[in-house]
Design a protein around this ligand. Structure first.
Ligand code: PHB
Length: 395
């Protein structure tokens, strides 16, 4: 229990004792407080839409429980992290120290996540990662109070190499933003593509969130690879798709990507995205009752189409609901709370997934193709993909 809550609880108990003559156990008082949930997400910049989709999804999961967590009301706090790693620690501390949140939900950008991670490890606050795939969070620096509901950065691209080689694309150029997410997506790509017999002709990059792609696209044209593979996301991904097509490259060099490339951007990219092939743990077109209901409910509630980020936010809510229900809302019972979340099977719109010992999803990766502004499933590229969790000592 936080110091502030202790004080509040004690004063409430004193008033209660004075008026009723009874001293109720403090735990009852603590549980009648609202659960404090903090969102630390990007609400501005190239990842702004991702932050909104995650928050929407999370709220939807709680709304399905009458807005409660383990029977307790919920109070929300919000910080715009601007996808700015330099402010990561300061922003996380706003939620943890100033707002005294019980749970910190965040974030999208891997660099910012490292700031949250330090604060989560130092303070012990429960951190649910609804997107950022930075490896170390569920590898060498894994922690009992940190759970990821999304992916590790190399998970989607670990399923990409084989799919490319099966289509006869033997020589590829890789392009990305030069920061943790791009570098680690490359790791998965390099591993799977070279293992399948492919050759990486060149690795290209530019600083995050730069979108001046022209010089690099000219270089790709002169390298004449069979295919291009990439990691981009959000507004930058939409611009990359448009520029790739405007340069005429989409006509003869097949574009592949970690699936974020075509998430939440298909309206903005228009026909430029047609035919792009990606691997990802979700697809709009998954033909299951679970996914169809989710998509319908989300569209009704938010007047927008959900994407993978909305699903990840939703699953973050589902995971917390499972944990909170198991401890009847007493989130201070960390042992039981974490055990319930560790053992959870999440019945997600993406398909069922389980939590690895390192607290990262074990999940199927789909191969998808963009057709008429939709990510159409072609098949399962790889089943039950797990991050190697190298160096994680949780068991
Ligand atoms: C990340 O920085 O980890 C990141 C950001 C956006 C994505 C995926 C990963 O779509």
């Amino acid at each position: 229990m936080t110091t502030r809550r202790l004080v509040l609880t004690r004063s409430a108990a004193v008033i209660g004792a004075a008026s009723s003559g009874l001293l109720l156990p403090q735990i009852v008082r603590a549980q009648s407080d609202k659960v404090r949930v903090g969102f630390m997400l990007p609400y501005t910049g190239t990842f702004a839409q991702l932050g909104v989709a995650i928050e929407n999804g999370f709220r939807m999961a709680l709304n399905e429980q009458g807005g409660k967590l383990g029977g307790r009301e919920v109070e929300f706090f919000k910080v715009d992290d601007e996808s700015n790693p330099a402010k990561g620690i300061e922003n996380a501390n706003r939620l943890v120290q100033r707002d005294k949140v019980d749970v910190l939900v965040g974030t999208v950008h891997s660099g910012v996540q490292m700031g949250i991670h330090k604060v989560a490890r130092d303070s012990g606050v429960l951190n649910l990662i609804p997107n950022a795939g930075v490896h170390v969070a569920t590898r060498a620096q894994c922690a009992p109070n940190v759970f990821r509901t999304s992916f590790s950065n190399s998970q989607p691209t670990l399923a990409l190499g084989k799919a490319m080689m099966e289509r006869g694309h033997k020589k590829a150029v890789w392009i990305t933003w030069n920061y943790a997410a791009g570098e680690e997506a490359y790791e998965g790509f390099e591993q799977s593509y070279t293992a399948a017999g492919g050759t990486i002709v060149k690795k290209l990059g530019l600083p995050f969130p730069n979108v001046e792609f022209q010089a690099l696209l000219t270089e790709i044209a002169s390298l004449k690879p069979d295919a291009v593979a990439c990691f981009f996301a959000g507004g930058g991904a939409a611009k990359f798709l448009r520029d790739y097509a405007a340069a005429g490259l989409n006509k003869n060099i097949q574009l592949y990507g970690s699936g974020f490339l075509t998430e939440g951007v298909l309206e903005a990219a228009g026909p430029a995205a047609d035919g792009v092939l990606t691997t990802m743990h979700y697809s709009d077109s998954l033909d299951t009752p679970r996914n169809k209901k989710f998509r319908l409910d989300y569209a009704k509630t938010f007047k927008a189409q959900p994407d993978v980020y909305a699903v990840q936010g939703y699953d973050t809510g589902l995971l917390l609901v499972k944990g909170a229900n198991a401890v009847k809302g007493d989130l201070s019972n960390k042992k039981a709370l974490y055990a319930a979340m560790e053992g959870a099977t999440i019945d997600s719109p993406r398909g069922q997934w389980t939590m690895s010992k390192a607290h990262n999803p074990i999940q199927d990766m789909y191969l998808r193709k963009v057709e008429n502004k939709e990510n159409k499933v072609i098949g399962v590229a790889q089943k039950a993909v797990a991050d190697p969790a190298t160096g994680c000592k949780l068991s």
